[in-house]
Design a protein around this ligand. Sequence first.
Ligand SMILES: *Cc1c(COP(=O)(O)O)cnc(C)c1O
Length: 381
Amino acid sequence: MKFATKVIHGGLKPDPLTGAVMTPIYQTSTFAQESPGVHKGYAYARSKNPTREALENSLAALENGNHAISFGSGLAAQDAVMKTLSPGDEVISTSDLYGGTYRQMMKVYAKYGIKFHFINMDDPQNIQSHINGHTKLIWLETPTNPMLSIVDIEAITKIARANGVLSLVDNTFSSPYLQNPLNLGADIVLHSATKYLGGHSDVVNGAIIVNDQELHKQIRFIQNSCGAIPGPQDCFLVLRGIKTLHLRVQRACDSARLIASHLAGHDKVSRVFYPGFTDHKGHEVAKRQMRDFGGMLSFDLKANTQKASFKVLSNTNYFTLAESLGGVESLIGHPASMTHASIPKEERIKVGLTDSLIRLSVGVEDPDDLINDLDQALSKI
Ligand SMILES: *Cc1c(COP(=O)(O)O)cnc(C)c1O
């Protein structure tokens, strides 16, 4: 089945009870039993709910995985993965990680005796020297946020496998339309479905997709034991978003390409970070592992001050100044004070995340209007 068919039909059937073509919202906490333990496959909604199950089947199909588990948020999904670890275990991750992931690792799990290494993964061989007998997990994100660096998934999962270490790819920025990490050797794919999967900025949701039966059982056990489930209404919204995933993401990719080229030639802009440029250091790897280069890009200003970037950020009309990404509407953000405020300044600056860096999440509006909007905001500096 091709991707555009999968988003509509993958893992999904009309509702078996009524024939409803769209999965109903089973807004119930419990299910009637004929006699103790005899029921239609559902007993209590923390463990299993038909709307959530339909979403999980769809997600598994989109990522070419055997099993998907839907969570109340992306960070709840990450939390479940962390709970598979024990004190003394070590995790290797990338240096420009999503701020909330870094915070969960360092402010919550480090105090339970789990050790985290944040390294530059531009050269996959950097990883080998950090692997030891305690290493349990390699955690990567690509393209990275907000610097849009590309990490070579295949090269890194190969190193993980050779060392008996699990690998996880946070695939939020790409969405399953652009990149399928399980096919590139990853053990776990993670999504903040709040972003491209939901796609309309109206729901917070997360997901994990795996192939391995034991890993699936372990994570599902943790979810049922700890309770980070999504409600059925939220699952319905993500299912609805998925139906247009390919259309939305392709439009965002096409417009991001135009905007990146325009900004690269703009006299107020010093640098544009966009993996679609042939001179971007991760371009060749991106071409190999992604279907297109995504709808995210960042740029820095020649003025090089927070004041100048705030001028731009507060003067756009169509780009809304807000956290998050991946919705139909274009968003503009200031990573240093917003998504990455929990990362220490010295760490930020090391990876190029300056106080004047601006991040764009390109939506599905007309690209001419988006370009004109950026031009008039930049003219205010
Ligand atoms: C938003 C985001 C998360 C966290 O997901 P929530 O749904 O907000 O909990 C994790 N990783 C990346 C890359 C994100 O953009």
